[in-house]
Design a protein around this ligand. Structure first.
Ligand code: HQG
Length: 180
């Protein structure tokens, strides 16, 4: 399976496991899970055939472990726009987490803090390198340190996704460090 195919299958899975399951007639359960057989049948019926071995390869080799398999079921580990409850345990964050963004959003972020935008939660990274990659999807990356220790002390809840992404509802501006 070449890299291009892996990316294509991964994007197809993201689209239907995070955003638009109904597009291929799929219904996810309340925690985002669906039977793998149902997913493969639905994809095939809608003109995108994925072999089971391909699916397994994408799940295990995916650069960000975006998908999780549990027995006969699969789900996206984070990043949903549809209403689901991942049912992740609350976790104590490290003192600092990082958010990667781009300069054109900074004015809004300074005023409003970080908002989940189209997703369920604000996504934060445990290290600067990851946050830099996240920001670089949109242009020259700007990394904002988040005082997650203070947020935690002030009662904000954090959850850690199966693939190491820290999730929280919002980050008010006072917890962000702007270097300029
Ligand atoms: C920005 C990818 C204006 C925020 C990545 C970001 C990550 C604001 C964008 C995961 C704002 C939302 C998530 C405000 C936040 N005003 N802009 N108040 N607050 N923003 O894609 O964090 O490949 O929903 O800075 O690698 O970029 O999908 O979030 O630029 O892990 O697995 O609004 O998605 O993973 O964008 O990325 P996103 P994100 P996957």
């Amino acid at each position: 399976m070449n890299e291009q195919r892996v990316v294509r299958v991964s994007k197809y899975l993201s689209k239907h496991l995070r955003h638009q399951p109904e597009r291929i007639g799929l219904t996810l359960d309340e925690a985002g899970w669906v039977e793998i057989d149902e997913l493969l049948d639905a994809a095939r019926a809608h003109g995108f055939t994925i072999e089971r071995a391909e699916l397994e390869q994408v799940v295990t080799e995916n650069d960000k472990r975006r998908f999780a398999i549990d027995g006969s079921r699969i789900r996206a580990s984070q990043g949903h726009s549809i209403e689901i409850d991942l049912d992740l345990p609350v976790a104590e964050p490290p003192a600092y987490l990082y958010h990667g963004t781009v300069a054109r959003f900074l004015d809004a972020i300074r005023h409003e803090g970080l908002k989940p935008m189209n997703r369920h939660d604000v996504h934060l990274s445990a290290d600067r390198e990851t946050a830099t990659r996240v920001g670089a999807r949109r242009g020259r990356p700007v990394v904002l340190p988040v005082d997650s220790g203070a947020m935690h002390r002030d009662g904000h809840t954090f959850r850690l996704s199966a693939n190491g992404v820290w999730l929280t509802a919002v980050v008010p501006p006072r917890y962000l460090r702007f270097s300029r």
